[in-house]
Structure formats: structure tokens, C-alpha cells
Design a protein around this ligand. Structure first.
Ligand SMILES: Nc1ncnc2c1ncn2[C@@H]1O[C@H](COP(=O)(O)OP(=O)(O)OP(=O)(O)O)[C@@H](O)[C@H]1O
Length: 346
């Protein structure tokens, strides 16, 4: 099932939660909506689900207008962060629920329902928990059952809103892998909302980065990380060093210091973005910036160092491989290996 969203505007009073959003989701995609709190992710998901309506714009599923249908008629499965399972029902009955309440004309027989629930519990690898009650499950198990329940009605679209948000870091990581594998098996068009960039980059085929009700960039995880389209995307995804620069006559200056890097067409007050691991360390005077090492922490294969830049002591945090050991007090130079320059925003 393809989803097409066109020119969606959603206002709450004078506040625009969604400002002309356009999005096309291909059949079988696993798409992440990623953005900071309040960027409009949930508002967009609710409109696609049929739980809310836009002030203007269009939503279609496989080319058919979805806005004329309510949530119940859209054949959409949901999983939310706190998707309360029915406490008084066993795991089996929770998963069976959607099938039991279907209209009589399409309802499956008891034997078919039992077979379908068994199949779903196998799919989420929790068949051994069928007779337990929700209070007897871990948080991660509950979310997997919630997903089995959402899939019971064979939804054409699966919508997940921070499905792992309430779980601890280790369980989240396991469930990410699990969701990806599950999606490869079932291929239902899926959109999941997260504010966690690692989760989005690790799980999704494509990532939609949102800010202030607008889409900033749509791309593969590789695209949004390696080729951020805007300053916002660069600072939101991955850790970056951001330095205010000024560009005139093609020359990039940090304060009064010329940096000897290519301005790439930018003019006037701008921001230089460099990933922490993209700063090459060299002898003083041989890079774009000189500085002094202030502090070094070593973990795993990298050393993270605070460097005070010569001139105004601006501190930048860099990641360097351990084969070039840094010591507090070292005078060094930094040369951006890869960088982007964006016009400074007011
Ligand atoms: N019913 C409502 N009435 C008024 N304002 C609302 C309502 N629902 C959402 N908003 C506002 O719209 C904006 C977008 O909210 P939304 O829930 O879509 O953001 P989000 O990106 O999902 O954020 P979070 O990650 O915190 O859930 C927020 O500023 C929010 O306060």
C-alpha cells in the first residue's frame, strides 16, 4: 500500500503544527519520522491514521482519498508508546481481540482465530507466553504483543508512535533489530515516529527529518547523515562541531582568522559544520585552525579531546583515533577533512 500526503496543514489555534507537509511512502517501506519534541511527528501520524483531520491537504492510500474514511475503515494497525494491553485478558485473548470484534460477515471461525493468533505469537516469538497476563510480562514483551495485536487484523499500514520509548536502552536496541527483521518478513508499509536518531537510522529504509511542522529532509539513513540538506539536519543528526564564520570574497574567516577552506558558494555570516571525527590533527601551523589540548578521555577505539582554539579559546570537542595519542597541553592544528557551510539563520 502506498501512502501519499499532500500539502497538509494542521493548526491548533494560531499555532501551525504541520506546515504544508508533502510525503510519499512506497509500498512495503519502513519509514521513520524523526524530529525533536513538538516537531509535528505525532500530528502527522494521527492524520494518516484517521484519528485526526488536517485543516487542508490530502491523504491517499493507493491513490484513494483516505480522508473520507474514519480510523476504523482505513485498515491501519497502531502501536503506541503506552499501548495498554487489556489487563484482564490473557496474551492470547489480547491478540485475538481485533479478530473477535470484526463484523459478523467477515469474522473468522473460532478455529481460524486460534490459528491466526498462534501464527502471530510465533511471528513475534512469544508463543510461550500465550496464557500469561500483561502484568506478568516485561515491557519489551508487552510491546511485542502489542505489535502482534496490531497485526492481527492484517492491516494495510502499520503506524508506530515511539513504540520503544518507555523501555530501557538495552531492550530498545534489541527490539530495533527485531522490528527490522520482522518487517523484512511481513513487508507491510510502516511508519514509525521517534525522536531518537540512532533508532531511526538503524531501523528505517528512509528517514523523514522534521522540525517545526516542516519536513527538512527525506533520505536514506546514509543520505541524511552524510549529506544533510540543512543546518538543522546537520546539528540534529550525529554530533557536530559548529563554528560561526564569515565569508567574503570567497574567503572563510573565523573571527579575524582566515581558515583556508573552500566556501562552497556561501556568502556572509555562516556556520561551519564538521563531524567530530572529521577533524584531522596535525602539527601547529599546518591546519586550518591551531589549538591546545585541554582534556582527553579515552574509550574504545577513540580518544575524545577538548581543544581550545588559539585566539579566543573556543572549545571544540573532537574524536581522534588512538594511534595518534593526545596529551593535555599539546599544541596542535585541526584541519576539517569533510565539512559543510550553511548560511547562519536568524
Ligand atoms: N490537541 C492539541 N492542541 C494544541 N496543541 C497541540 C495539540 N496537539 C499537538 N499540539 C502541538 O503541536 C505541536 C506538534 O505536536 P506533535 O505531538 O505532533 O509533536 P511531536 O513531534 O510528535 O512531539 P513529541 O516527540 O513530543 O511527541 C506541539 O507544539 C504540540 O504542543
Amino acid at each position: 500500500m502506498t501512502i501519499e500526503v499532500r500539502n497538509i496543514v494542521k493548526q491548533y489555534g494560531a499555532f501551525k503544527a504541520l506546515d504544508n507537509v508533502d510525503l510519499r511512502v512506497a509500498d512495503g517501506e519502513l519509514l521513520a519520522l524523526l524530529g525533536p519534541s513538538g516537531s509535528g511527528k505525532t500530528s502527522l501520524l494521527r492524520i494518516i491514521a484517521g484519528l485526526d483531520w488536517p485543516d487542508s491537504g490530502e491523504v491517499s492510500f493507493d491513490g484513494e482519498n483516505a480522508l473520507v474514511r474514519g480510523a476504523g475503515e482505513r485498515h491501519v494497525g497502531f502501536v503506541f508508546q503506552h499501548y495498554a494491553l487489556f489487563r484482564h485478558m490473557s496474551v492470547f485473548e489480547n491478540v485475538a481481540f481485533g479478530l473477535r470484534v470484526q463484523p459478523r460477515a467477515v469474522r473468522k471461525s473460532e478455529a481460524q482465530i486460534r490459528a491466526r493468533v498462534k501464527e502471530l505469537l510465533d511471528l513475534v516469538q512469544l508463543d510461550w507466553l500465550a496464557n500469561r497476563y500483561p502484568s506478568q510480562l516485561s515491557g519489551g514483551q508487552r510491546q511485542r504483543i502489542a505489535l502482534a495485536r496490531a497485526l492481527a487484523i492484517e492491516p494495510r499500514i502499520l503506524l508506530l508512535d515511539e513504540p520503544f520509548g518507555a523501555l530501557d536502552a538495552k531492550v530498545r536496541k534489541e527490539l530495533r533489530q527485531w522490528l527490522r527483521t520482522l518487517h523484512e518478513e511481513i513487508h507491510v508499509t510502516s511508519i514509525f515516529v521517534t525522536h531518537d536518531q540512532e533508532e531511526a537510522l538503524e531501523v528505517a529504509n528512509r528517514v523523514v527529518v522534521m522540525d517545526k511542522g516542516k519536513i527538512e529532509q527525506i533520505g536514506t539513513p546514509g543520505d541524511v547523515y552524510d549529506n544533510p540538506a540543512t543546518a538543522f539536519v546537520h546539528s540534529f543528526i550525529g554530533e557536530s562541531i559548529v563554528l560561526p564564520v564569515d565569508i567574503s570574497d570567497g574567503q572563510v574567516k573565523l573571527g579575524h582568522r582566515p581558515l583556508n577552506i573552500d566556501a562552497g558558494g556561501a556568502i556572509g555570516p555562516s556556520k561551519l559544520f564538521v563531524r567530530r571525527h572529521d577533524m584531522q590533527i596535525g602539527p601547529v601551523g599546518e591546519g586550518a585552525l591551531d589549538g591546545t589540548v585541554r582534556r582527553v578521555r579515552t574509550f574504545g577505539p577513540i580518544q575524545r579531546a577538548d581543544i581550545a582554539l588559539s585566539g579566543d579559546d573556543t572549545l571544540v570537542e573532537i574524536d581522534a583515533p588512538r594511534d595518534r595519542p593526545l596529551t593535555t597541553g599539546d599544541a596542535i592544528s585541526l584541519q576539517p577533512r569533510r565539512y559543510r557551510i550553511f548560511a547562519a539563520q536568524e
